[in-house]
Design a protein around this ligand. Sequence first.
Ligand SMILES: [Zn+2]
Length: 255
Amino acid sequence: MFLFCEAGFTQQLQHSWVPTDTSCMLLQRPRRWIREQLDSLVEFWWPPTCLGCGCVLAAHPADDVFVCTGCRFDLSPLPPEFEFESGIWATQGYDGPVARAARGLKFHGRTELAGSLALLLAQSRVWDGNWTAVVPVPLHRVRLLRRGYNQAELLARWAVRQLRKRGHNIALAPRLLRRTRATLPQTEIAARDRFSNVNGAFDVPKRHAHLVQNARIVVVDDVTTTGATLQACRQALEQAGAAATCGLALARALP
Ligand SMILES: [Zn+2]
């Protein structure tokens, strides 16, 4: 049973700050109003654009549209057997406009694409489960310093925003997991070595361990191939006491 409202639980997970119920009640409504006003401003000045060709989309983002009608034919839906495999979900094949946008987000600083890509994450069937928190795959601090942002965290943040609009009571918890050592990029090593590359590379910081107890957690990443990174994250969370975990990747690169 949670002692905090949605906003309070998120604060607790993100900053280990313990709000009272009263502060939750007082803070939640103005925050929501401010967020809605900011959303309207953002949508006015930066209207949603197609992930494939960049044209301005006529539909409102709440309509879950992220590509124009023409680019919709270039999407790469996954066969059902690859949509869910060994506890890991994926929304699309790593191809076409989604792959181009995912590369733009990860390698070319195009952080403005995260919101549209997260619409895909929010449409996954994984959310039919009773999940309580979303944890992005963490970057090692050196890589985070070099890139300036964690693309998985941006995706998770936007996905949680979408899910809350749809009434899901789910918290973003980007500090529950940390990467304890730098690993080689998974794309640079053979598929058979990817599990050993990330094995034991994640843990739950002691100060957050109590938040993992009995939580039901979705770990979010941008791209998966063998699922090794997401499995290593799941293992760390389950060893720390999570009641259930699964992985969700924006795209799965098929072998
Ligand atoms: Zn398009």
